[in-house]
Design a protein around this ligand. Structure first.
Ligand code: MN
Ligand code: MN
Length: 344
């Protein structure tokens, strides 16, 4: 385990990979023990730079939710459900823990009654990890969390983005001028110059809108929207090919809103929209984005109080594992398997 690492000096990459494995279900059954994401060792975020490659963190904030809340409880429930994950991806055969040293670095200390303060705190923690060469995989929380994450990760220029969601989240304001909501993060990110709309693709969009402006503004900026109508018409392989063309091989972020999936499979979310992806289609879609230059990802909007069966948290944990596989593979390709951990 991680604690034993300090005794060995110098610590090789192989030793770190060995130290940051999930606790095996053969050592302690998967229903036992303290919940961490994917049963990984827990590490303080301050210990992460130079020690691990990928940090999985919770962001338990739903104070920018405009309708039904509860996503603040998402990280805990996803941790619990993620104990069902094993180590190797059946579809791609990627074993993320053999590629990268990963740990659960806990939850960002958000301020549940202050959106602006929370955004500042998220940006500070993600900046710390990013500047320290650690790739973040964040579990929300409502979708506003992606905004400070993008601000933190765009240290070398605006990022591309793959955005899977039932909603464009490019609205302007809610409730008489509120600009920081879970329906506005990507408008803010584009306005701030941290998200390149021409390298941004949104897939599965279908929810009713307050006004057609939300969609038109996104299109006017140059965002490629592959809405659900187009996915149904042309198929998921087309959506993957088109999205990869848009995002290209420059640094990009991946954000997955659980409401992209049909409420038959993932009902526990604040703004469910019928006509969504099956969980099987979601796996096919996410697995289509291997070998891109992904520098971070999130999975958001799981709301346990609305999740009567608990299945939404399982879907969310499973998608988070898929995202981890993408990040681990992308990172190992970026730095080379023999490179030092401290190199981004
Ligand atoms: Mn969203
Ligand atoms: Mn959504």
């Amino acid at each position: 385990m991680a604690q034993n690492l300090k005794k060995t000096n110098p610590v090789t990459r192989e030793q770190r990979l060995e130290a940051y494995q999930p606790l095996s279900g053969m050592v302690l059954p998967r229903f036992a023990g303290i919940s961490t994401f994917m049963r990984l060792p827990h590490l303080s975020p301050t210990q992460a730079p130079g020690e691990i490659d990928i940090a999985i963190l919770g962001i338990p904030f739903d104070g920018a939710t405009t309708n039904r809340p509860g996503a603040r409880l998402g990280p805990r429930q996803v941790r619990e459900a993620s104990s069902l994950m094993r180590q190797v991806n059946y579809g791609t055969l990627v074993g993320p823990y053999d590629l990268c040293a990963c740990a659960d670095v806990g939850d960002v200390p958000i301020n549940p009654i202050d959106v602006v303060d929370t955004i500042r705190r998220i940006e500070a923690e993600i900046s710390y990890l990013h500047q320290g060469g650690v790739t973040p995989l964040s579990i929300g929380g409502d979708h506003i969390i992606s905004y400070p994450i993008l601000r933190a990760l765009a240290s070398k220029g605006p990022l591309g983005m793959i955005h899977i969601d039932a909603h464009s989240d490019t609205g302007d304001t809610f409730f008489g001028g509120q600009k920081l909501t879970h329906g506005t993060p990507f408008r803010r990110a584009i306005e701030d110059g941290v998200l390149d709309p021409k390298r941004t693709v949104q897939i599965g969009i279908r929810g009713t809108m307050y006004s057609a402006d939300e969609r038109q503004w996104a299109l006017d900026q140059g965002i490629r929207i592959i809405d659900m109508e187009e996915v149904v018409e042309k198929g998921i392989p087309y959506a993957i090919t088109e999205a990869r063309r848009v995002v290209g091989m420059e640094p990009a972020y991946f954000t997955f809103d659980i409401d992209s999936i049909d409420p038959a499979f993932a009902p526990g979310t604040g703004t469910p929209e019928i006509g969504g992806f099956t969980s099987r289609e979601a796996l096919q879609l996410v697995r289509g984005f291997r070998h891109l230059n992904l520098i971070g990802a999130d999975m958001v909007e799981v709301s346990p109080p609305l999740d009567q069966s608990g299945n939404t948290a399982l879907v969310g944990a499973s998608i988070a594992f898929e995202l981890l596989c993408l990040l681990a593979e992308a990172r190992s390709e970026r730095i080379g398997k023999d490179a030092q951990l401290s190199v981004v």
